[in-house]
Design a protein around this ligand. Structure first.
Ligand SMILES: [Mg+2]
Length: 446
């Protein structure tokens, strides 16, 4: 029920509650009430964390429940390497801060949460905020009866063209798998592995390791990956574009050299040729070649992406949306990048919930400067928990047309798949990645 404005102001004045600020706030709330068809603004009644591991990745989703019957939303807060820390960040810190707040003030809530711990820009807090932020967008979409892309201005393309990944270092196997993906419609492929091996798995040419930990041979990896570019470019011609992920494992000089040498091939992009600690070297890459560069999946802070975008030192901004704090900051990154001719290529491996993936595809269809979208097929068990994921057709991802993100989480099924310990060399680390070392035992970035 809406109240007559004058009547409302009179009643507030009578109660001695009316100051200038109150009147303005009241007026704004009345306008909002009209916009939401007379319904009062929903208030945050409960915030819950859903943890589930239907397949390999530990997925964390935040559910915000409002005081309006049946109105709730989901947001992705997945941080697989420190998965168990996100729940307390949400439940013990953000929940007490946000309970009772009006759910429709997304920007205000995002800034409130961001500044609430004084120290900021860490992956645990950013993912926790992302869960809150995206759940609020879901609520707003459900309330409006519109998919989130409509709230962000509507589509400027029909669907998001994706790139697929071909893993491994064997040229013959890479060509065969690439043929299959090209037959499915993909025109952009990412090739090569991270090149990690145990002492027994160290590739030919590698120096014999002085330790028993996972080993990485920088020179061997450089040569193997460049060979893949050469073989694929020769086999498929200029119609198909190729990417590879250096994963910050080369040293900076090698990273610069790799980009320079790859310039002669049809490169989609070289991903993470340098680490966030070595951003100053990007200028050297730009000065020496025209190879497209993608960077950003490890970024948590505006201090990391701002200089690369403003300096036009990269071609694709590749942040992990939940790592930067969710849909709200990612939309701002896309808009900043548009102004500097940088395209988007949001990170989307399997360790991202379908809710987070829908946020990616939403950004893809509303951002004029969309570049490409990473795609990995979901394990069918994930789709048992998350119903309504983005649809893949002929290398294009299609955003949901249902209100909000268009995804329902079956919490009963989610409970069937609790978090478990990792396997193999990473067992006993509770999802952590452990160490990778050079042959002489030096631990490296990974
Ligand atoms: Mg990557």
């Amino acid at each position: 029920m809406t109240m007559n404005r004058r009547g409302m102001l009179r009643s507030l004045a009578g109660a001695g509650m009316l100051g200038v600020t109150t009147a303005r706030t009241q007026s704004a709330q009345e306008s909002a009430a009209r916009a939401v068809r007379g319904l009062p603004a929903p208030k945050i009644k409960d915030i819950r964390v859903i943890e589930t591991q239907p397949a390999n990745a530990r997925l964390t989703v935040v559910k915000i429940v409002t005081d309006q019957d049946g109105l709730y939303g989901y947001g992705c807060a997945t941080f697989t390497q420190r998965a168990e820390l996100v729940r307390p960040a949400v439940e013990r810190y953000l929940k007490p801060l946000l309970l009772g707040k009006t759910a429709d003030r997304i920007e205000d809530i995002w800034q409130t949460a961001y500044f609430s711990s004084y120290w900021k820009n860490g992956p645990v807090l950013n993912n926790a905020i992302s869960g809150i932020d995206e759940a609020l967008w879901d609520i707003k979409g459900r309330q409006a009866g519109m998919p989130v892309y409509q709230l962000a201005g509507g589509k400027c393309r029909e669907a998001a063209e994706c790139f697929a990944s071909v893993r491994g270092n064997d040229p013959k196997a890479t060509v065969e798998r690439s043929k299959e993906l090209i037959a499915q419609g993909f025109r952009k492929l990412r090739i090569g592995g991270t090149g990690e091996g145990g002492p027994e798995g160290a590739q030919a040419g590698a120096t014999k390791p002085l330790h028993s930990r996972p080993m990485f041979d920088r020179e061997a990896h450089y040569r193997r990956t460049m060979k893949l570019f050469e073989v694929c470019a020769k086999e498929f011609g200029p119609e198909i574009e190729w990417a590879t992920d250096i994963h910050e494992r080369l040293d900076p000089r090698q990273g610069v050299q790799f980009c320079k040498e790859a310039e002669k091939f049809p490169v989609l992009f070289i991903e993470d040729p340098l680490s966030p600690e070595d951003l100053a070297y990007f200028r050297q890459i730009r000065q020496q070649c025209n190879t497209p560069i993608a960077m950003g999946e490890l970024f948590n802070s505006p201090h990391e992406w701002q200089p690369l975008i403003q300096g036009r030192l990269i071609d694709y901004i590749r942040c992990h949306v939940s790592q930067v704090g969710g849909f709200t900051p990612a939309r701002k990154i896309a808009l900043l990048a548009e102004n500097f001719g940088v395209k988007t290529a949001w990170h989307a491996p399997g360790d991202l919930s379908p809710v987070g993936h829908m946020a990616n595809v939403t950004l893809d269809v509303v951002s004029y400067n969309f570049g490409t979208q990473e795609w990995n097929p979901y394990n069918p068990k994930v789709l048992e928990v998350f119903q309504g994921t983005a649809e893949m057709k002929d290398a294009y991802l299609w955003v949901s047309e249902k209100p909000g993100w268009g995804i329902e989480v079956d919490e009963k099924v989610a409970e069937k798949y609790p978090f478990t310990e990792g396997a193999g060399a990473r067992s006993g680390l509770n999802g952590g990645w452990g160490d990778v070392r050079l042959a002489d035992g030096t631990v490296i970035k990974q």
